[in-house]
Ligand binder design. Structure first.
Ligand SMILES: CC(=O)N[C@H]1[C@@H](OP(=O)(O)OP(=O)(O)OC[C@H]2O[C@@H](n3ccc(=O)[nH]c3=O)[C@H](O)[C@@H]2O)O[C@H](CO)[C@@H](O)[C@@H]1O
Ligand SMILES: C=C(OP(=O)(O)O)C(=O)O
Length: 424
């Protein structure tokens, strides 16, 4: 296995580019399944594990893909199978995104139920409800979701989500664009990744209206065309890099971003005492002498993202006062806390609320990644810990960050990747 070995205590400086968004790229890749002729060309696709896994899944279904210099070409003219197998789905929950497109184009989809959850329950009932509303019959058989259409096309319907779900909105959209008639989606997710999916579907010839609002209206079309499309930047990666600047008391710039998609997080940096200077496509963060507590509540966009909650807790270990961090999306997403405490942090958890007592001098030791953003929080803590921090099991981190240690090293961090063997 691989680990990151971090020599803490280095100040960072300079400028680094944000990569393309993982969570936007994955639904775009799934949406490519909707197009039966020609080649789709997606640019600004990050080179990371989840993208490679999704690529393997597309290949398994029969798609032809090629990837070079962050450009992914996909041709799905010769899909030969509509089954997403357990071996691939278990590596990445986002594989569920193939359900809507396969069902809409081929009338049948068989998708393995996602495996064990890294940070508490992650149900898929809303995905299934949306497919049923659109006229599919859905059963669970031997660990697989079996969805079938009666007739040739899904039927437009009113889909009213009781809670906002990024994934279920994406799946409903991808199914509805090829359905017969009109679909309305109420309480749709408004995350930039969903906005991007709507834009991509429209670029392929779909008729989606209300993009960026919780009320989407989709007039189904019979076919979609191949197109070229540029993915958006990764707002979570960009915010993680800015946190690296803040936690080390540094001034850094992250470029190739759209600051308007980071408004809540930037306000929180300011509340913690940082100076934030935004340009059209760049953000500079200047750290204060002393960080101060800033409470966050993770909620759907445009509020504070759950995918930045772990990194924020790491930052708050260096802030004066007791910071309160609540996760309203994933109540149990706190696997990073025991590991941060092993580095010397003082963080208590009560229900879905973490109380971070700061500032604390952290001390390097071996810590274990448990999920993607938990791993990122440990890397951030390692940057400021005294001595050497080893972050083990970084395959979680590699799922969602493109060359993170290279990016941080380019700013002045001292991080090496090494292999190791775990005891049985
Ligand atoms: C690949 C990707 O883009 N992943 C992101 C996506 O995950 P994902 O799309 O899985 O997350 P959702 O937006 O669906 O989850 C939001 C909430 O809805 C609940 N829920 C969801 C679906 C469902 O059928 N039933 C149900 O109850 C979830 O348990 C959660 O409490 O959005 C999450 C919330 O911003 C992020 O943390 C993930 O990084
Ligand atoms: C939780 C994440 O991804 P996924 O939904 O694919 O697990 C994430 O990107 O932080």
């Amino acid at each position: 296995m691989e680990k990151l070995v971090i020599h803490g205590g280095h100040k960072l400086c300079g400028s680094v580019k944000a990569s393309g968004s993982k969570n936007s790229a994955l639904p775009l890749m799934a949406a490519a399944l909707l197009c039966c002729h020609g080649e789709i060309k997606l640019s600004h696709i990050p080179d990371l594990k989840d993208i490679r896994t999704f690529n393997k899944l597309l290949g398994y279904l029969g798609a032809e893909t090629s990837y070079a210099e962050n450009i992914l070409s996909i041709s799905t003219s010769n899909i030969r199978c509509v089954q997403a197998p357990y071996e691939l789905v278990k590596q990445m929950r986002a594989s569920i995104y193939v359900l809507g497109p396969l069902l809409a184009r081929f009338g049948h989809a068989s998708v393995s139920l996602p495996g064990g959850c890294a940070f508490g329950p992650r149900p898929i009932d809303l995905h299934l409800m949306a497919m049923e509303k659109l006229g599919a019959s859905v059963t669970i058989e031997k660990g697989f979701i079996e969805a079938t259409i009666q007739g040739t096309r899904l039927k437009g319907a009113a889909i009213d989500f009781p809670i906002t779900s990024v994934g279920a909105t994406g799946n409903a959209l991808m199914a509805a664009v090829l359905a017969e008639g009109k679909t309305t989606i109420r309480n749709a997710a408004v995350e930039p990744e969903i906005v991007t999916l709507c834009r991509f579907l429209n670029a392929m010839g779909a008729d989606v209206r209300g993009t960026g609002t919780p009320s989407l209206e989709i007039e189904g079309v019979e076919t979609l065309n191949a197109t070229e499309f540029t993915n958006i930047f990764d707002r979570i990666e960009a915010a993680t890099l800015l946190t690296a600047g803040a936690i080390t008391g540094s001034t850094i710039t992250v470029t190739d971003v759209n600051p308007s998609q980071l408004t809540t997080i930037l306000t929180k940096f300011e509340e913690a005492g940082c100076k934030v200077i935004t340009d059209t496509d760049a953000i500079t963060l200047e750290s204060p002498d002393v960080l101060v507590r800033s409470d966050v509540i993770a909620n759907p966009y445009p509020l504070f993202p759950t995918d930045m909650q772990a990194q924020w807790i790491a930052l708050m270990t260096q802030a004066e006062g007791v910071s309160h961090v609540i996760d309203k999306i994933y109540h149990e997403r706190f696997n990073h806390i025991p590991e941060l405490n092993r580095l010397g942090a003082h963080i208590e958890i009560r229900d879905n609320e973490a109380m971070v007592h700061g500032p604390r001098q952290l001390t390097g030791t071996k810590v274990m990644s448990t999920d993607l953003r938990a791993s990122a929080s440990l890397v951030l803590a390692g940057l400021v810990a005294e001595g050497v921090t080893e972050v083990l099991r970084i395959y979680h981190l590699d799922r969602g960050y493109e060359r993170i240690e290279q990016k941080l090293n380019s700013l002045g961090a001292a991080i090496a990747r090494d292999s190791y063997q775990e005891f049985a």
